[in-house]
Design a protein around this ligand. Structure first.
Ligand code: BGC
Length: 418
């Protein structure tokens, strides 16, 4: 039976089940949400599936940013044994869809009017050749700077650093107070997360787009890129000796415990502060990364659904897709995950001030054309190209012998061959 017909059957059966009561199936879901805040967010989904009698088979692969999870997924799909759903994002969705292994979700999407409730930039990423193949659950903002409120008070930092000059002054004060100025986990994806915020802060959203998204030679070779690399390198001096290899959530813990002042990280970090019982404004602060207040680097988590054989399994998978886009799930999940609902018109009154700022800034940036995709989090480049850039950025961070000039040459060499 063609995919589209199968999913139509799933939608029909979903409607019947809503009217007639529960039916059960199993969903196996691949994800990498294993930190404290991530696990709490995912527990919402597991609980909601269980309420409907579906059993959840956890396929968790540890590793922030999801690189390990993607490797394991490839092996499973090649072996002809895919999970029901996997946390896949951005252009990687297109790559998987082109292998003809994903389910066509169009019947569900038109039944639930996804086109009307999703921002177009997101809906487009979820489609392959015009058909929905993935379901988005949130919008994470990546260009954040997190801070411990008490550390800032102790160090005499009274204002949010609005640009990198101000950031370095504030970081000097935290260091002078005897604390780690910048909590950073030295893993390639974390290096890249910081780097893209630096490029955005130094060059602005147009430059970010030309350099990191479009890989334009004029931007990659420019003086602005040189200044970005210099600034990024300077940050290295504010990091503690145990940084190398440290997981992002263990790094956030340093800020939570008041051992460190700042951390550059997307707002999944807020999930950790909240899981530790801390409150924004009082215990911790969320500032736009220096120089990036007018812009918004987006990172949308989404689940691609794999083609499955059994009817029961397809029904459970259909229910999962339906649930993920629901207002109720998007509210409960995002209250814990640190992100905001991607579905439009979900009330924000239960959300904290950081989420409200994020939501307002997302709309403003979309109108002003200052919404940019996170390159570090797989929203812009094809996975191979992203991996090459990630390696380069990380080599530059770790190797003081690699000059800015040489790093720029390597960046230029990343351009796709025409
Ligand atoms: C994902 C988040 C996740 C973070 C840390 C990001 O790429 O989008 O959902 O919490 O990585 O693993």
């Amino acid at each position: 039976m063609p995919q589209s017909h199968r999913f139509r059957r799933v939608v029909a059966s979903l409607l019947a089940s809503v009217c007639l009561g529960a039916w059960a199936g199993e969903v196996e879901v691949l994800h990498y949400w294993t930190s404290g805040g991530e696990a709490k967010s995912l527990a919402e989904l597991k609980g909601m599936m269980a309420q409907r009698g579906h059993s959840w088979k956890d396929f968790a692969v540890v590793g922030g940013g999801g690189q390990n999870a993607m490797d394991v997924l490839k092996a499973r799909v090649l072996a002809g044994n895919p999970p029901a759903a996997a946390n896949i994002k951005g252009p990687a969705i297109q790559e998987w869809a082109s292998l003809n292994v994903l389910s066509n979700l169009d019947a569900m999407a038109s039944f639930d009017r996804w086109d009307e409730v999703l921002p177009k930039v997101v809906a487009d990423q979820m489609k392959y050749k015009g058909r929905y193949v993935a379901v988005p659950v949130n919008v994470h903002r990546v260009n954040w700077l997190w801070a411990n409120a008490e550390v800032l008070r102790k160090a005499g930092v009274n204002e949010a650093p609005r640009n990198f000059d101000e950031f370095f002054k504030a970081a000097d004060k935290v260091r002078a107070a005897g604390l780690i100025a910048l909590a950073h986990g030295g893993q390639d994806w974390q290096d890249f997360t910081t780097f893209e915020s630096v490029v955005l802060g130094v060059g602005g959203p147009k430059f970010y787009d030309s350099a990191l998204v479009k890989l334009e030679p004029a931007a990659l070779g420019s003086d602005t890129m040189r200044r970005s690399l210099d600034t990024f390198r300077r940050l290295r001096g504010y990091v503690d000796d145990a940084s190398r290899g440290r997981d992002w959530n263990v790094t956030t813990e340093l800020v939570i415990q008041g051992k460190a002042g700042f951390q550059f990280m997307g707002d999944w970090a807020k999930g950790e502060f909240l899981a530790a019982g801390q409150q924004p404004g009082k215990d911790f602060r969320c500032f736009p990364a220096p120089g990036t207040a007018e812009a918004f680097t987006f990172n949308v988590d989404s689940f691609a659904m794999f083609q499955l054989k059994g009817w029961e399994a397809q029904k459970a998978q259909g229910y999962l897709a339906f649930l993920l886009m629901g207002k109720d799930f998007q509210e409960r999940f995002n209250l814990r995950k640190g992100s905001i609902p991607v579905r439009q018109n979900v009330a924000m009154d239960k959300f904290d001030e950081c989420a409200k700022v994020s939501s307002g800034d997302f709309s403003k940036a979309a109108k002003a054309g200052t919404l940019v995709p996170s390159v570090a989090h797989g929203m812009a480049l094809a996975p191979g190209q992203q991996a090459a850039m990630r390696k380069l950025v990380s080599d530059f961070w770790n190797n003081p012998q690699l000059s800015v000039n040489d790093a720029q040459k390597q960046l230029l060499a990343l351009r796709p061959a025409h």
